[in-house]
Design a protein around this ligand. Structure first.
Ligand code: HAM
Length: 414
C-alpha cells in the first residue's frame, strides 16, 4: 500500500525551493544589518512550557498542539511556535547577564489546525526575539526590520498595530469587556459565547458576520490604556512615522497567544485570501518571569514562510534556479570515464557541473542537460579523451566553439 505524507504537512520540492532560499538569504542579511544573531532550539519541548508560556486558554495550546507521552515518562509537545522555546533557552543558559540580546530563528512549527490554503499542520517560521529592553525604540526597530525585509522581497503588506495593555490596565478592561459581551451574548456565535469567560479578548477577533455589530460596539482597549501604555504606544507610532513606516491603528487587533503586553502587530497581504496574516508579533514583558527567569522585557515576531512563498508566487517573483555551468555528455565508455574525471577536476575548482551517469542517446542526455539548467554542454568520447580537445556548446544560443579540456575551467570563469 502506498504511504502518503501526513495531512497538512507539505513537501517543498526542488523546483519551489529557490523562493525559500531567497527569503532565508534576505532574512539573514537583514537580521545581520539589524544586529540579530541566530539561535537554534529543539522542535520538541516539555508541553508545560507552552501551557504556561503561550497560555492554557489559547486555541494553539488547548486544541492544536501535538502532545505525546515519551515512553510514558514525560509529556512533550511539538513546538507550535518559537517564542516559548527561545525564552526557555534564554533563561536556561543565563543569558540575561549578557545585557540586550537580539536573536533570530528559522524552523518548522506544528499546529493541528484544519488545513487550507496558507494554513498547514507543519509550517515554517522566520522569527526573532529581543530580550532586555522595554523601550519603544526596540519595537520601532523591529517593526522597521520586518518592513525592510518585505520591501527587499518586493512584497506589499498592510501593517496593523495595537496596544493590548499591561498588568496595570488590562484587568479592568477585561472586566468591562466581559460585562459587555455577557450583556450581548445572545447575538454572538457559539465560539464567541464560549470564549467570553475563557479568553474574552479573542472574541474581538471573530470574523463571523452576525457578531460584527456587537463587536463594533464593544469597549476599546485603546480607550482604556493606562498612562504608561499610552505613552509607549505614542512613542512607537511617532518612531514609525519618523522612519516612514506606514501602519494603521486597529483597536480590534488581538493575537492568538496570551503573552503579549502593550505593542501587538500583524502584517497582512491581499495575495493570501482568508489566511491573510503573513507575520505577527508584539511585546511580552512578563513572559521571561512567567517561565522562571529574571524579570526581562521582550519583543518579537514570526513570519510564516509558506504564506510568504504563496505571496512570492502570486507576484511572480521566482528567483532563477542556479544550474551547473557545464554538463558533460558521454558518447562511449571512454567518454564516460573522461566525463567523471573532468567533472571531479572542475568541482574541486569550485565550478558546478553535472553529467548523465546513464549515458545512452545524445538526445536524452541533452534533454537532461537542459532540465538541470546547465549553461554549456561538452560531448566527450574516446577521441576527445585522447586529444584533450572538445566542443563547448552554449545551450541558450546553440553556438559551438572548440575548447581544450585543460582550459575549460578558465573559459567557464570568463
Ligand atoms: P503567530 O501569529 O501565531 O505568532 O504566527 C506567526 C505567523 O506564522 C503567522 O502570521 C502566519 O504567517 C504563520 N502561521 C501561523 N500558523 C500557521 C499555520 N497553521 N500554517 C501556516 N502558517 C502559519 C507566533 O507564532 C508568535 N510566536 C510570534 C512572536 C514571536 N511573537 C513574539 N515573538
Amino acid at each position: 500500500m502506498k504511504i502518503t505524507g501526513v495531512k497538512g504537512m507539505n513537501d517543498i520540492l526542488p523546483a519551489a525551493v529557490g523562493r525559500w532560499h531567497e527569503m532565508e538569504r534576505l532574512a539573514r542579511e537583514v537580521f545581520h544589518l539589524y544586529g540579530y544573531r541566530e539561535v537554534r532550539t529543539p522542535a520538541v519541548e516539555h508541553a508545560a512550557l507552552f501551557a504556561r508560556g503561550v497560555g492554557e486558554a489559547t486555541d494553539i495550546v488547548n486544541k492544536e498542539m501535538y502532545v505525546f507521552e515519551d515512553k510514558g515518562e514525560e509529556l512533550l509537545a511539538l513546538r507550535p511556535e518559537g517564542t516559548a522555546g527561545t525564552v526557555r533557552a534564554f533563561i536556561e543558559h543565563g543569558c540575561h547577564v549578557e545585557g540586550l540580546q537580539k536573536w533570530f530563528y528559522i524552523g518548522p512549527m506544528f499546529r493541528r489546525e484544519r488545513p487550507q490554503k496558507g494554513r498547514y499542520r507543519q509550517f515554517h517560521q522566520i522569527g526573532c526575539e529581543a530580550f532586555g529592553a522595554g523601550q519603544p525604540a526596540v519595537d520601532v526597530e523591529q517593526i522597521a526590520l520586518l518592513a525592510d525585509l518585505f520591501s527587499r522581497l518586493g512584497v506589499t503588506t498592510d501593517l496593523k498595530l495595537n496596544s493590548v495593555g499591561d498588568a496595570a490596565c488590562r484587568p479592568a478592561y477585561l472586566a468591562s469587556l466581559k460585562g459587555y459581551l455577557q450583556g450581548h451574548a445572545g447575538a454572538l456565535c457559539a465560539d464567541c459565547r464560549d470564549r467570553i469567560e475563557r479568553n474574552p479578548l479573542r472574541v474581538l477577533d471573530c470574523k463571523v458576520e452576525s457578531c460584527q455589530p456587537v463587536l463594533q460596539g464593544a469597549p476599546r482597549l485603546l480607550d482604556a490604556l493606562c498612562q504608561g501604555c499610552k505613552d509607549h504606544l505614542g512613542a512607537v507610532t511617532s518612531g514609525l512615522d519618523a522612519l516612514g513606516v506606514a501602519y494603521r491603528l486597529d483597536p480590534r487587533l488581538v493575537r492568538g497567544l496570551d503573552y503579549y503586553t502593550r505593542t501587538a502587530y500583524e502584517f497582512a497581504s491581499d495575495a493570501l485570501g482568508s489566511q491573510s496574516a503573513v507575520a505577527g508579533g508584539g511585546r511580552y514583558d512578563g513572559l521571561v518571569e512567567t517561565l522562571g527567569g529574571q524579570p526581562t522585557p521582550g519583543i518579537g515576531f514570526a513570519l510564516g514562510q509558506e504564506r510568504l512563498a504563496l505571496i512570492l508566487e502570486a507576484i511572480g517573483r521566482a528567483p532563477p534556479e542556479q544550474g551547473p555551468a557545464v554538463f558533460f555528455l558521454s558518447a562511449d565508455e571512454a567518454g564516460a570515464k573522461e566525463a567523471l574525471r573532468r567533472a571531479s577536476q572542475l568541482r574541486k575548482l569550485g565550478i558546478a557541473c553535472d553529467l548523465d551517469p546513464r549515458g545512452g542517446k545524445m538526445k536524452t542526455q541533452f534533454k537532461q542537460a537542459e532540465r538541470v539548467g546547465a549553461r554549456y554542454a561538452v560531448v566527450l568520447g574516446g577521441n576527445e579523451a585522447a586529444s584533450g580537445e572538445a566542443k563547448l556548446k552554449d545551450l541558450a544560443t546553440r553556438e559551438e566553439l572548440p575548447v581544450r579540456l585543460d582550459d575549460l575551467a578558465e573559459r567557464l570563469r570568463e
